[in-house]
Design a protein around this ligand. Structure first.
Ligand code: DX5
Ligand code: ZN
Length: 220
């Protein structure tokens, strides 16, 4: 890896044992990671249910990690206030989950939070081109959202490259995050293409050397 190319590691709490979430958060912080990825699923936008704002609110006092909330819920405009008040630092919504994406992004910013937009593997980058100047983060899903531990869908490589080109072309500064099947093996290639944030669920939590992952990608 080139020395100047670093990425933020955002371990996904979905891969932790929920009965020990507090300990997991502290362990993540102890590795030197700066972010924690919080996957909210509603059983409608995705075929799984995870947790809601109270869970995030209860975790908030346990650490200073950057709370990166990924809303996999339909019509996220209904819950932006709750997730902001729970202590999220960034709130990411799916372009496919709302008709009025521009309005939802404005709502997130209105709550004083960083705003993110995400797209599933079958959604092209072109569909979010007009919102890029409004967001702080673009989250490229490299699996069909809903579950941890799935295999990486390789079209994400192309999408990250495309986003990085658009970012340079329009002189924008949103971060590019990638989520789903990300591991220490494919992480370097993703960073090289332009990814700034690697969301890691199972690959992180199953690794005996979690601090090593953070040090490798984020730097000491
Ligand atoms: C999937 C979630 C991911 C998930 C990633 O729907 O959005 O954040 O936790 O897990 P892995 O890294 O195991 O694919
Ligand atoms: Zn996620």
């Amino acid at each position: 890896m080139e020395k100047d190319k670093r990425a933020i590691i955002a371990p996904s709490i979905l891969a932790a044992d929920f009965s020990k979430t507090g300990e997991a958060i502290k362990m993540v912080e102890a590795t030197g990671a700066k972010w924690i990825h919080l996957d909210v699923m509603d059983g409608a936008f995705v075929p799984n249910i995870s947790f809601g704002p109270k869970f995030i609110k209860d975790l908030r006092p346990l650490s200073n990690l950057y709370f990166d909330t990924h809303l996999m819920i339909e019509k996220p405009e209904r819950y932006i206030k709750e997730f902001a008040e729970a202590g999220s630092d960034c709130i990411t919504v799916h372009a496919e989950a709302t008709v009025h994406l521009h309005r939802v992004i404005a709502q997130i910013k209105g709550e004083g939070k960083a705003s993110g937009v995400s797209i599933v593997p079958s959604t092209p980058v072109s569909s979010i081109e007009l919102i890029l100047e409004e967001v702080a983060l673009v989250l490229i899903m490299s699996v069909n959202p809903g579950f941890g531990g799935q295999s990486f869908i390789t079209s994400a490589f192309r999408k990250i490259g495309e986003l990085d080109r658009l970012r340079k072309q329009h002189n924008l500064n949103f971060k590019i995050a990638v989520d789903g099947g990300v591991s220490p093996q494919n992480g370097h290639a993703l960073i090289k293409l332009g990814a700034d944030v690697l969301v890691m669920g199972s690959a992180f939590f199953s690794d005996p050397n979690q601090k090593g992952i953070v040090t490798t990608f984020q730097g000491p």
